[in-house]
Design a protein around this ligand. Structure first.
Ligand code: SF4
Ligand code: SF4
Length: 180
């Protein structure tokens, strides 16, 4: 039969020697490699007890920001969704009603805001596109999950706790000093 490429190699079918049939040399070689690693510096760490230092430009889970008065900054303009190369962001806008001025900074707000973390590539373009300083990527990992639905993050997962009512939660979510 004609060969498809010139790189084909004839498979050697020579019979195994006694040592090869006992697998001893291969086992000893493998053990040697294992023991040689005992005295080397471990490349792994004991996560989650130990954590690596993040790069100053690390981008993690998204946070929807509030202003100094605790009001949601997002005005549901959709610029982040347009900028997102992964088409991971969807939202629904709603009009702010009289009496809701203490909840939402602008006349329009995101009644629903979702990011599909399975699509997100953590590029940070949504953060750069936002004219209201309403979204940024924190230093928190998006937690693991067992089903796909668990990776659709809604507003409840991302809106930062209110500084006035939950300062600890606010500081934890705020995370990076570069965003303070
Ligand atoms: S970080 Fe990038 S991929 Fe993820 S939601 Fe923002 S723009 Fe989209
Ligand atoms: S997060 Fe920013 S860019 Fe995205 S909809 Fe809200 S205000 Fe607009």
């Amino acid at each position: 039969m004609e060969a498809l490429t010139s790189r084909s190699v004839q498979v050697s079918r020579k019979p195994m020697s006694l040592a090869e049939r006992l697998f001893l040399p291969a086992i000893l070689k493998g053990m040697g490699i294992t023991f040689s690693h005992i005295f080397k510096k471990q490349p792994t760490i004991r996560y989650p007890e130990q954590r690596r230092e993040f790069s100053p430009v690390f981008r993690g889970l998204h946070v929807l920001n509030r202003d100094e008065e605790g009001r949601e900054r997002c005005t549901a303009c959709g610029l982040c969704a347009v900028a997102c190369p992964a088409e991971a962001i969807t939202m629904e806008a709603a009009e702010r009603l009289p009496g809701e001025e203490h909840l939402y900074r602008e006349e329009k707000y995101a009644a629903k805001y979702e990011i599909n973390m399975l699509r997100c590539i953590f590029c940070g373009l949504c953060e750069e596109a936002c004219p209201k300083d309403a979204i940024y990527l924190s230093e928190t990992f998006a937690p693991a999950n067992y089903n796909r639905k668990g990776f659709i993050y809604g507003k409840d997962d991302m809106v930062i706790p209110n500084l006035k009512t939950d300062p600890e939660g606010f500081a934890k979510a705020k995370g990076s000093p570069r965003n303070n």
